[in-house]
Structures are given as structure tokens and as C-alpha cells.
Write a new protein. Structure first.
Length: 246
């Protein structure tokens, strides 16, 4: 395998109920390392949020990634991690942050039922935001509180029920948070091992790598991995694990 060029462009795909704003710190860290990062908002389908499906989001992100110059990476968190995986054939590298996994790993946890419109914006409070972001400071919690959005229940049901998707040929990095109560970090580790991904385990919550006190370190790990000269040199089945005590 020839040594690939360092990644110069990255598409950052946010999680459910959030927006491109949750990548603000990552964009700064990436820019400092010579990676132009683009963080668009997922858009509802023309028929409205309640009619929006995972396929709608997937096609949006595939088009956005295909528009970036190569070499390029898809970086996704939570639901965005699954969407990044579904763009793997268009990417030169993937970074998955506490991702919702594809099948068969998605089947390890029963799918949750969701209403047609998940009212996260309407029902958001400072208390619920703090519970979701226990490792974030007050300013970050207030910032997020003002920006949560409602989400498509159909897209969430599809994602959590599981999607069949081939393992991409490009290198993959998985970041798992020890304290994630939404996506089991042990499942993320099994997923990473099975697909031959590198694994970084960090302290923190589900959204901690983007919005918590570990966000700058998580972003730096990801950016440095994307710039590594031997990025594409791993054998299938090899996992490089960096475990940081919580």
C-alpha cells in the first residue's frame, strides 16, 4: 500500500438534535493543523422534519463530502458517526466519535421507539442539558441549551434498528468515551476491533469529545491521526488502543 497524503479537508457530521455548531472547537483545532473542516447542519426533508429519514441525511452528507477536494475525511459523532460510515466509500479516512454502529453491532441493544418529531428543542432545560453534558463547563451548557433542535423520530428509529453497510477500504479511527451512557464504549471497542479501526478511549460523556473538557484533546488526537504519514498502513484486524484513565 502506498503512503497516502495527509488529509486536508474534512466533513464534520453532527449528532441528533444538534447542529454544525457542536464542532466549533474541532474546526479551530483542525484549522491549526492545516485541515479545512466543514460542518453543515443536517436539513429536514422538503416534506418536513417528521417525514425526514436516515436516507435523506445520508444523501445530504454524501453530496457534501463528494464536493470536497481529496484527500478528504468524514468525521461524525453519534448519529453523525453512522452517517460518516455510510459515506465511507467516498472518504480517504473516517473518524467516528461515540458512533451509532451499523449492523450487526446495532442489534446488541433493543431499538427505542421515538415519536415522529422528537421535541428536544421545546423540552430542553438547563438541568437536562447539564445531565447530558456532565463533563462540560457552565458556558458550554448554556451555549448548547440555546441551540438544541428537534429531531426526526424516523431517522432515529432507522439508525438504532441498524443499517447494513460494508466496511470501507479507508483507514478508520474510533473515539470512545468511558462515561458514555448512550453508546456503550465496550460495544464501540468491539466494533473498532472487528473493522480493523484504531481506537482512542477518553474520559467523559457521550458529547464530551465535542463539548466537554476533553474536547480539545479529542480534536487534537483526531487531527494528528489524520495527518499521520502512515495513516493507511494498518493491517485489517489491527487495533491501536490509547487508553487514558478516567
Amino acid at each position: 500500500m502506498s503512503e497516502p497524503s495527509a488529509i486536508r479537508h474534512a466533513l464534520l457530521i453532527h449528532g441528533a438534535g444538534a447542529g454544525g455548531w457542536e464542532w466549533n472547537l474541532w474546526r479551530e483545532v483542525f484549522a491549526a493543523r492545516g485541515i479545512a473542516a466543514h460542518a453543515p447542519d443536517l436539513q429536514p426533508a422538503p416534506a418536513g422534519l417528521e417525514a425526514t429519514t436516515l436516507d435523506d441525511y445520508r444523501e445530504q452528507m454524501r453530496a457534501a463530502l463528494a464536493a470536497l477536494p481529496r484527500p478528504r475525511a468524514a468525521v461524525g459523532a453519534s448519529l453523525g458517526g453512522l452517517l460518516a460510515w455510510l459515506c465511507g466509500d467516498l472518504a480517504d479516512a473516517l473518524v467516528l466519535v461515540n458512533p451509532l454502529p451499523p449492523l450487526p453491532w446495532a442489534a446488541e441493544k433493543p431499538a427505542r421507539d421515538w415519536p415522529a418529531r422528537v421535541p428536544w428543542r421545546r423540552e430542553a432545560s438547563l438541568a437536562s442539558t447539564r445531565r447530558a453534558m456532565p463533563d462540560a463547563d457552565e458556558a458550554a451548557a448554556l451555549y448548547a441549551l440555546r441551540r438544541w433542535r428537534d429531531e426526526s423520530g424516523a431517522a432515529l428509529r432507522q439508525a438504532q434498528a441498524g443499517i447494513e453497510a460494508p466496511v470501507p477500504a479507508c483507514p478508520v479511527l474510533c473515539i470512545a468515551s468511558h462515561g458514555d451512557t448512550d453508546v456503550d464504549p465496550q460495544r464501540s471497542a468491539r466494533f473498532a476491533a472487528a473493522v480493523g479501526a484504531s481506537l482512542i478511549a477518553l474520559p467523559g460523556s457521550h458529547v464530551g469529545p465535542l463539548l466537554g473538557r476533553e474536547a480539545a484533546r479529542a480534536a487534537a488526537h483526531a487531527a494528528d491521526w489524520l495527518r499521520a504519514p502512515a495513516l493507511g498502513g494498518q493491517a485489517v484486524g489491527e487495533v491501536n488502543a490509547i487508553f487514558t484513565p478516567s
